[in-house]
Design a protein around this ligand. Structure first.
Ligand code: SF4
Ligand code: ZN
Length: 311
């Protein structure tokens, strides 16, 4: 199929013929800024409705790092939420305590919540375990993202419960989801690959929802950019130790050469989940014998981490 192009060879929007800002290779579509915004908002709304992620009266705690994904998520939810009567938002920023990185993003999160009129809570690793991440990591920087991820999840969950939330929304996009599938496959970690990443509502868990899971990182950046909402923020200094960084560049190359790779990876996870339902791979949940939080073993990851750090 021929792609539409203006006389000068500049691609034009497949919907309105205006100048295009993005190309979506899977449906071979060019979109202008206005149609990109409409397309992203319609797909996010469809993800939420199809999976029943939000209900009337819900109080959604949005994990707001201040980076582009969570910024887009809060903006999108504040626009879409009126469709659910009585539902409201609270934003939660976790300050890990990473020198030279968090100050700017926390400031961006404060400015955004103020502009949108959303209740905002900031919690820190220092509040949670008594130390910031930089101190906790001395001599074990290569474990940065593992330790950070465990503590951030705990800090976000505790803060969401304290704020009276009924669900937690995170800004994970299609790229993140596809990277996670590949990382778990590389580690040979099938239980983690099929673990429910949170669209269900269980009595033990505060449900975690991912309304941006069908949107690519590129679409999110463009969504913010065309509305004048994109800002360049510093990158976490520990990113260089992350397996995710390697997987990201590997997948970006694959996606470029074979459009649809990321979607196929996330679809394959859903198929594997179905095959594993009812098998021992789907670990059942217990309560941690030390803190009472839900976990798959005897003690939860946070308590195990506290022991290993001697904190
Ligand atoms: Fe935490 Fe790793 Fe993300 Fe840095 S890159 S904020 S250490 S998970
Ligand atoms: Zn258009």
């Amino acid at each position: 199929m021929e792609l539409p192009a203006a006389p000068g060879g500049v691609p034009v929007c497949s919907c309105c013929g205006g100048p295009a800002v993005i190309y979506q290779p899977i449906n071979r579509c060019h979109l202008c800024g206005m149609h990109l915004v409409r397309d992203v908002e319609a797909r996010v709304e469809s993800t939420i409705k199809t999976a029943g992620q939000i209900r009337a009266g819900d109080r959604i705690a949005v994990g707001l790092s201040g980076g582009k994904d969570s910024t887009a998520l809060l903006i999108l939810l504040s626009r879409l939420l009126p469709a659910w009567p009585g539902a409201d938002l609270v934003a939660i920023t976790v300050d890990e305590g990473i020198a030279g990185y968090r100050t700017d993003t926390v400031r961006a999160a404060e400015a955004l919540t103020e502009r949108l009129g959303v209740d905002h809570h900031i919690v820190s690793f220092r509040d949670l375990v008594g130390y910031d991440l930089d101190t906790l990591l001395a001599g074990r920087e290569t474990q940065a993202c593992t330790i950070c991820g465990i503590l951030r999840k705990k800090a976000l969950t505790d803060a969401a419960r304290a704020a009276g939330a009924t669900a937690i929304a995170t800004g994970h996009n299609l790229d993140d989801e596809a990277q996670s599938v590949l990382m778990n496959a590389f580690r040979g970690d099938l239980p983690r690959l099929v673990r429910n990443t949170g669209t269900g509502r269980s009595a033990l868990f505060l449900p975690r929802i991912k309304p941006l899971a069908a949107i690519t990182e590129k679409e999110i950046a463009a969504y913010l950019f065309v509305q004048g909402l994109f800002s360049v923020l510093p990158e976490c200094p520990y990113t260089r130790y992350a397996l995710r960084a390697e997987v990201r560049s590997l997948l970006a190359g694959m996606e470029c050469r074979h459009p649809g790779t990321m979607q196929h990876l996330t679809d394959s996870k859903k198929s594997i989940e179905q095959y594993c339902t009812g098998t021992p791979v789907m670990e059942s949940l217990h309560r941690c014998r030390e803190c009472g939080d839900p976990c798959s073993g005897d003690i939860c990851q946070v308590c195990r981490l506290r022991h290993s750090l001697g904190k």
